[in-house]
Design a protein around this ligand. Structure first.
Ligand code: DX5
Ligand code: ZN
Length: 223
């Protein structure tokens, strides 16, 4: 198994200095940049949309992993891909046309992902596993950074790893919410390939050295 990938969530970065924050976490060893898009409807919070992703894209040297927490995301698939998303992840609860949407994402040259709220049963996404490159397990209620890790969701990581071994799909397993050194180790043991971390990466001084220390601590959580 290759080393776990770390995807810092820009939600916890300094929004007045996003391009530099991206450059710093990249220099600090981040593998992907996780971008949380919220519409104040699917979740009770608003963040950023296509124009900001588009203006950040030229400054990004690693993949943009875009997590859409919006109602009827099918309306904006082309726009997010044009803006520069490399991975585009949709919530199963947010759309009635998930299958078509995932196929469209792939047809447009982007990598499709699927995710679910902590309260949603994993069986709900089972029919879509062969269509995606990424399955995101939410270990907090989507909407805000800095919440605590929901331990009972770890079973979903294990099950996804088992289903993949049984041939149900060829996806990476990503975990999002409350990931910090201690909880990272639990996720890695359960089979996670990619760890999203917001507050645990961006806490403390806004320097490459500090971010490097924070990222290293999360990776080593798994040793
Ligand atoms: C929550 C977002 C997460 C969030 C994670 O809705 O999907 O990506 O930024 O933040 P932490 O790592 O602080 O829990
Ligand atoms: Zn996220």
């Amino acid at each position: 198994m290759s080393k776990v990938l770390i995807a810092p969530s820009l939600l916890s970065a300094d929004f007045s200095d996003l391009a530099n924050e991206m450059k710093k976490v990249t220099a600090a060893g981040a593998d992907w940049l996780h971008v949380d898009v919220m519409d104040g409807n699917f979740v009770p919070n608003l963040t950023l949309g296509m124009p900001i992703i588009k203006s950040l894209k030229p400054h990004a040297t690693i993949p943009l992993d875009v997590h859409l927490m919006i109602e009827r995301p099918e309306r904006y698939i082309e726009s997010f891909i044009e803006a520069g998303a490399n991975y585009l992840t949709l919530h199963v609860e947010a759309t009635d046309v998930l299958k078509e949407s995932l196929k469209k994402i792939r047809a447009l040259g982007c990598k499709p992902g699927v995710t679910l709220r902590p309260g949603t049963e994993l069986e709900k996404i089972k029919p879509f596993l062969s269509l995606v490159d990424l399955v995101l397990v939410m270990t907090v209620e989507p909407g805000f950074g800095g919440q605590s890790f929901k331990q009972e969701q770890v079973e979903k990581i294990r099950k996804l790893a088992k289903w993949r071994a049984e041939g149900l799909g060829n996806y990476l397993i990503e975990v999002d919410g409350g990931v910090a050194p201690g909880t990272a180790s639990i996720c890695i043991k359960a089979g996670a390939d990619v760890l999203v971390a917001g507050s645990a990466v961006f806490k403390g001084e806004k320097s490459v050295n500090n971010y490097q220390k924070n990222i290293q601590a999360i990776r080593e959580g798994g040793v």
